[in-house]
Design a protein around this ligand. Sequence first.
Ligand code: ADP
Ligand code: MG
Length: 699
Amino acid sequence: MPAPKRKPAASAKTAPARANKIEDKLARLGLRSDMDLVLHLPIRYEDETQVVPIREAGFMIGHPAQVEGVVTSCEIQFRPRRQLVVTIEDQSGQLVMRFLNFYGSQTRQLAVGNRVRARGEVRHGFFGDEMVHPAYKIVLEGAPLPTVLTPVYPSGEGLSQTLLRKAIAGAMARVDWRDTLAQPLLASLELSAFEPAVRLLHNPPPEVDENALADRSHPAWMRMKFDELLAQQLSLKRAQVARRAKGAAALPVIGALSDAFLKKLPFELTGAQQKVLTEIRADLRASFPMQRLLQGDVGSGKTVVAALAAAQAIDSGFQAVLMAPTEILADQHFRKIAAWMQPLGVSVAWLTGSLRKKEKAEALARIESGEARLVIGTHALIQEAVQFAKLGLVIVDEQHRFGVGQRLALRNKGLDTTAALDSAHTVPHQLMMSATPIPRTLAMTYYADLEVSVIDELPPGRTPVITRIIDQNRRDEVIERVHAAALEGRQVYWVCPLIEESEALQLQTATDTHATLVEALPDLQVGLVHGRLKPGEKQDVMDAFTRGEIHLLVATTVIEVGVDVPNASLMVIEHAERFGLSQLHQLRGRVGRGSAASICLLLYQGPLGGTAKQRLMTMRETTDGFEIARRDLEIRGPGEFLGARQSGQAMLRFADLETDQWLVEKARTVAQTLLRDDPATVEAHLARWLGMREDFLKV
Ligand code: ADP
Ligand code: MG
């Protein structure tokens, strides 16, 4: 149902053209319907309920005061610059109002003899007490004072508070105030009714607890937050139902390929891998699209599980695609998986932006004809030219590195092609993988339409990485240690600092570090890998490292995700204080992959700031990715933790996922009950809250 059209906010006297302009400005704030306006809540308040004598206002330095007086002079002065200077007077004293920007009409408004109510901070100027640019209005003697606090709204360009207040007051007079939630339910949740809560927030009485309003702990705010979270949960559940209503090609065959693949693996699956595989296999058999997030700490063995999911798609006669965020990682997947699959007769295609024209055309043709059963690549896969013959499964590795849009784009590759085969088969199954675990509350609010599988066990035989924090000025000792380790046959990563401002600078540092290490360690093979190398060169270096021909690999963060060289067992990270927590964890995950005890040395440049210190301590204390994610969330807060592109923009206006966690839980339970028992309430609630944000959440 479309939201009711907002009538022009201003009075009937307003010319239509102007009203339109105001509507446009309101629309830019997302305010289209009356209910949108009503739910546009103040960010703070001004107390205009009292007038103080001018003399007293002079003592309230640093606090805004409201005074009332009669104009005794009003003149435009030209020194030191053009300005309007107005003096007002009450029984207690006089005050200058100074306007550096003003309209000519203000001299008439503020003519001598008029009565003015002005609000601002008094300062002691050269010519006595004055207010610079006070808010003011002309009043008649004895005009009543407001009885409620004056709201200040979030505003946009060209929208004055006066205009917004008028528009909102108008909307409040027109909307349907009926509560979307029944009284008994509200009582059981100890929540206030909708109308009084909203009215209080727009126009609180002067005796209200202003702190509770400011930190949004007031019961009226609780009701708003609950409603918002409930709407979010309802819309997410809806999205889930809608997904289930879509068709997908069932991939029921766990056949020859899967069996042969498992037989050829040089290891047994861990219990945790087995468990998630069972979950994924069941999903793939269904004829509605899977949307599953596979979480597992760095090194927990997600790739094999992904390959087995792909095998099921292929066994069932469909294509599977695997997209990775970097060329190095995609390449590694390609080599590993192709090495497993090709001997079993599966044709694997490889697609990245750096392919030569001819190679690309070849790959595209194989993908389009369906000859390539498995396709592996980078975001080049999203490019328009890529057409699948029969795409059944989309796998996205390190999914948090991609935006929602990119993931959807890849999934949509499956839309038209499978539809041609059978109109019921519309969307491919989707498996997303991440080593950045999303804590429960976040998962519940951001990913409600996502099944989650967790690999909560590492393959056997790993020894946990020992982490040491070392001052940068002990770098020489560290180089000694690297030397000794290399002579023992260990391989070493040396990670160069992240330089946010400049990739060129980052590159320079890596090159310099490489040069100094080559010089300091003449008997070792020292390699260098960074983002600016051509993919082929990058690969050559990685290959040499994998073969053990390079002892020490100097690298930028290009090695951050996924790179898997089991013999590497020492890592040095320079300027570790500049890295984020999850990035450090990812980097550290490059060692500790084999059976040798691994060490990670975090070099830092003091003095350390508070959060940098917290991050490094966390790294020293734990290797558990879930624990690290939890601390990271604690340090950074959910918005930053997820990143804007991941969270899909300010989805929650009122609720705060950290402080309001308990409300999230309540909203979730209530959403489930309402969806089951009370569709009318669901409709009403969504109509009220989602009017302006249908794009609430698109996962
Ligand atoms: P991640 O979950 O970080 O993507 P990978 O899939 O790259 O981890 O696996 C890390 C390493 O562990 C790889 O070398 C892989 O072959 C190996 N591995 C995976 N599963 C097992 C297992 N069950 N037993 C032994 N090694 C395994
Ligand atoms: Mg991986």
